[in-house]
Design a protein around this ligand. Structure first.
Ligand SMILES: Cc1cc2nc3c(=O)[nH]c(=O)nc-3n(C[C@H](O)[C@H](O)[C@H](O)COP(=O)(O)OP(=O)(O)OC[C@H]3O[C@@H](n4cnc5c(N)ncnc54)[C@H](O)[C@@H]3O)c2cc1C
Length: 480
């Protein structure tokens, strides 16, 4: 199909390179406009809750500002609005007189409903909404079991994913040759400032997280030199093991195809192959969310909706202590300080802190999931929900409920010298590598020597792990 005018509606794909919707629009339309809408339906609940310094909004703002600059270098510009996204896109399509709106598919329930609304409204104006696969390598029903059902277990899904993979799945959606079709929109082009939208600048400048396509490429280049060690280094939060690319993947400042292609081509590198598996986990959880939208509010396994979680006043105090990094378990607390101050948490620690909340404190996984949703720069509904349900043992292919992480053993194994703990909890810095994981076991004399008396300078453990373990084993014996 060929059109005169098209509008590319950028959402979680804030890049011009290897963008499926943009490439399709440039191939099918004579003139192409680009727009990004700060969706009031998503942002207003944040400002209403008093959250004005939100790193995600700041990151998006920086990324679209640099995207606009790239478009301007090509004689075009980005239209940016701050309002209800669905209404704005339909209105813009009419104002610009486009024949079709091009976008990349989003599998979250809210986005699916919004896109249906836009599609219906555009149809009434005899315009189309065309959605493309871009965020993942395989979507929806593309990878199914031999019986034609969605997978519920990761390893067979991964095997089927790899078996099905063709070169074309990873090929760049190239549009460079047609970039002269990008057009300057005949409408107001002012990008609203963070303040105009009710937000403030954040500490993003102090974090190693450059925004936009250029920032993404810079971080990817850095990771390329480390990827071969990924399988060994990724479990140690004090080491520079993982890619730290999750925010760029979340907002699409980097193409998933480009990353998967790079990893897939390094078939002899154990690090690259392990990293490719992580990208497949990402597809897996998107697929789970699309097939089972009930997971947003409920356990993937319905019997676990009957678990009696801790809701007492003590439970609430424990939840607050967990959020504030004051549980008395150093690895858990250091991880919570990491997320609270930077918006990032290492994967191993996401597992440890989620397990601690659900299995040591007996608190509903949804409360932790919501807390992470507010804090994480890379918050992604599918991955966060999947990760929480995995740790809480309520999800698909989850950690069995009787395998309960011991927060001290995890600390000894994955932060053996206590370097990560010292970085985020300087009050514990003078304890030795042997003492730091469970400082309450150290004599008061030694605590004084180390300048940190437990119960005064750092909290005593708020629960006893062995007791909590017994309670959790009982709690999971729900009627099936
Ligand atoms: C409780 C919990 C909550 C989580 N919440 C999120 C979230 O909101 N957003 C998010 O992107 N990831 C989430 N994860 C998965 C994982 O922890 C992060 O993707 C990872 O830590 C991001 O750091 P990185 O980019 O350095 O990862 P790397 O180790 O370099 O991995 C590369 C990419 O693969 C993807 N990935 C890796 N592990 C997973 C996984 N288990 N599930 C899905 N995708 C994965 C991510 O896109 C990541 O950027 C969560 C995990 C747990 C246990």
């Amino acid at each position: 199909m060929q059109y005169d005018h098209g509008l590319v509606w950028l959402r979680r794909d804030l890049r011009l390179t290897d963008n499926a919707a943009l490439a399709a629009a440039l191939a099918q339309c004579k003139r192409v406009y680009c727009a990004f809408i700060f969706d009031a339906a998503i942002l207003e609940p944040l400002t209403a809750a008093g959250i004005v310094a939100d790193r995600r909004v700041d990151f998006i703002h920086r990324s679209i500002t640099s995207l606009d600059a790239s478009l301007r270098r090509q004689g075009a510009a980005l239209i940016v609005r701050h309002t209800d996204a669905a209404d704005a896109v339909v209105k813009l399509a009419a104002e610009l007189g486009v024949d079709a709106v091009f976008g990349n598919a989003d599998y979250e329930p809210y986005a699916q409903q919004r896109d249906q609304r836009v599609k219906r409204a555009l149809l009434q104006q005899r315009r189309e909404l065309l959605l493309f696969k871009d965020h993942v390598i395989f979507e929806k029903n593309e990878v199914l079991t031999g019986a034609g059902r969605p997978f519920g277990v990761f390893t067979p899904y991964k095997n089927a994913w790899l078996k099905q993979l063709q070169e074309s799945d990873l090929t760049k959606r190239d549009s460079d040759k047609r970039s002269n079709r990008l057009a300057m929109p005949p409408c107001p082009l002012q990008i609203p400032s963070l303040t105009q939208m009710g937000f403030a600048l954040t500490n993003l400048d102090q974090l190693p997280l450059p925004a936009g396509e250029a920032g993404a490429q810079q971080m990817f280049e850095d990771f390329k030199s480390r990827i071969d060690d990924y399988h060994q280094a990724r479990n140690y939060p004090a080491a520079r093991g993982p890619s730290y690319l999750s925010v760029h993947l979340r907002f699409g400042t980097l193409s998933t195809r480009e990353l998967a292609r790079f990893a897939h081509e390094r078939s002899r590198s154990a690090g690259a192959q392990t990293w490719l598996s992580e990208l497949i986990w990402r597809d897996f959880y998107q697929m789970i969310l699309w097939h089972h939208p009930h997971v947003v509010e409920h356990a993937y396994r319905p019997q676990y909706d009957h678990i009696e979680w801790e809701t007492s006043a003590r439970g609430n105090r424990n939840f607050a202590a967990w959020c504030d990094g004051k549980t008395g378990y150093p690895l858990v607390d250091a991880a919570m300080v990491q997320i609270n101050t930077s918006g990032y948490m290492h994967n191993r620690l996401r597992m440890v802190t989620a397990s601690f909340l659900t299995k040591d404190l007996g608190i509903h996984w949804l409360r932790g999931e919501r807390y992470f949703a507010h804090q994480l720069n890379d918050y992604d509904l599918a991955a966060n929900n999947g990760g929480w349900q995995w740790a809480a043992s309520t999800g698909c292919d989850a950690q069995p409920y009787f395998r309960i992480f011991n927060p001290v053993t995890q600390s000894v194994r994955f932060d053996p010298n206590g370097d990560f703990i010292r970085q985020y909890l300087p009050q514990l810095a003078n304890f030795t590598a042997r003492e730091i994981h469970a400082p309450w076991l150290v004599s008061v004399k030694r605590q004084k020597e180390a300048g940190c008396v437990i119960g005064r300078d750092y909290p005593k453990p708020i629960v006893d792990h062995a007791d909590a373990r017994k309670k959790t084993l009982k709690r999971f014996k729900v009627k099936r």
